[in-house]
Design a protein around this ligand. Structure first.
Ligand code: SOE
Length: 380
């Protein structure tokens, strides 16, 4: 076994469960230079936190995240809480010299994200690393797509077409959750789902978004509060926007929780001057590839991205034995542990998270000004 690194994770809902799985399994499949020790789990309710710790394999429980950050056996803090606490936990952890993995979107505002990115870059001078958890970068098919674009296989990127469609809010009687409160979540489908496709589009194409024209909508403005009353929804249910990239490409983006029948349809299509790539997370082991060079028999080819030489796949099963959602998080922590050990900054960095945050803010700004074209400063 390699040297151990103590991990403390704050939050134990959906993201806490999938991150726990990654921390538990990463060193059993990847030759990572550090072996995670699941030192402590943080949650405000002692009983629920203890239940989660037992279920997911954490050695101890802290009901105050500050105590978790301060623990001597914690060298890395994993932030799996709602967005309103990302900044304060991550900043405290970096100040204490702890590496940080922070769920997306990085923060609830550009100001918070700027502070976090500045702290992360100062901490990196001291060898303290940080990463924002845009896990879809670690889908083998999307990592392969990036590689193909970088190798020039589809030529110059002209179009980026990205959607992230879910349907869990379609029912107007579906109850209120923290995700529908601006003060907790920052924004709605935009920050939760739109952030993923903004990051994925920039990751795959290597271009950065420089401006947007957007509109957002809240279809259901009040929802059951769980106590017989109604509660106000203060975020968007859907966001749609046009974008320009610094590469010259045009983008269209749509994020919604109202696309009935679409459960987790995170889709990305890229059209270049020599070919196209298309991906749909609901068939996450596949990448569709079109090459104009194929001549008369050209057409979209379905590439099953399960070969040992495809990104990340060599650590897993034989070809055709499919991977799932949870693997993307295992890949994420494998990359983070490697970067920590090698003393390099992992990607996506907090600076990358800040760039996404600026796009989200520009979308809201544009939507609030009748879709006026809104530029994003300081992109590179
Ligand atoms: C929302 O439903 C959600 O859980 C996102 O918060 C995650 O980031 C995404 O991976 C799946 O959907």
């Amino acid at each position: 076994m390699t040297e151990e690194i103590g991990v403390g994770m704050v939050g134990h809902a959906f993201m806490g469960a999938v991150h726990s799985h990654a921390w538990r399994s990463v060193h059993r499949f990847f030759d990572v230079p550090l072996t995670p020790r699941l030192a402590a789990l943080g949650g405000r309710d002692a009983v629920r936190a203890k239940e989660a710790a037992d279920k997911y394999g954490w050695a101890a429980v802290e009901t105050d995240w500050r105590a978790l950050v301060a623990r001597d056996d914690v060298q890395l803090v994993d932030v799996c809480t709602p967005g309103d606490t990302h900044a304060e936990i991550a900043l405290a952890a970096l100040a204490a010299g702890k590496h940080v993995l922070c769920e997306k979107p990085l923060a609830n505002s550009v100001a918070e994200a700027e502070e976090m990115a500045a702290a992360a870059s100062a901490a990196a001078e001291r060898g303290v690393r940080s990463m924002v958890a845009f896990n879809y970068r670690r889908v083998p098919a999307l990592a392969l797509a990036r590689r193909l674009v970088a190798e020039g296989r589809i030529g110059d990127v002209r179009h980026v077409r990205a959607v992230y469609l879910q349907d869990w809010l379609s029912d107007p009687e579906s109850p209120m959750t923290w995700r529908l409160r601006r003060e907790k979540a920052g924004s709605g489908a935009l920050g939760d789902l739109g952030a993923h496709i903004v990051d994925a589009a920039q990751f795959v194409t290597g271009g950065l978004i420089t401006g947007v024209s957007a509109t957002t909508e809240t279809f259901v403005e009040e929802r059951p509060d769980g106590a017989g009353g109604r509660d106000q929804v203060t975020v968007d249910d859907a966001a749609v926007f046009l974008a320009r990239f610094d590469s010259g490409a045009l983008g269209t983006f749509e994020a919604t929780r109202f696309a009935l029948g679409r459960k987790n349809a995170m889709r990305l299509e890229v059209n270049g001057s020599r070919g196209s790539l298309a991906f749909d997370f609901e068939s996450m082991n596949e990448l569709s590839v079109f090459s104009a060079d194929d001549g008369p028999e050209s057409g979209f080819r379905r590439v099953l991205v399960t070969e040992a030489d495809h990104p990340y796949v060599g650590a897993w099963w034989p070809p055709g034995h499919l991977l799932g959602y949870e693997h993307t998080f295992t890949h994420e922590v494998a990359d983070l542990l490697t970067a920590i050990s090698e003393g390099v900054d992992p990607a996506p960095s907090f600076a990358d998270g800040l760039r996404v945050q600026r796009v989200l803010a520009a979308v809201e700004d544009s939507a609030g000004h009748e879709s006026a074209w809104t530029t994003i400063g300081d992109t590179r």
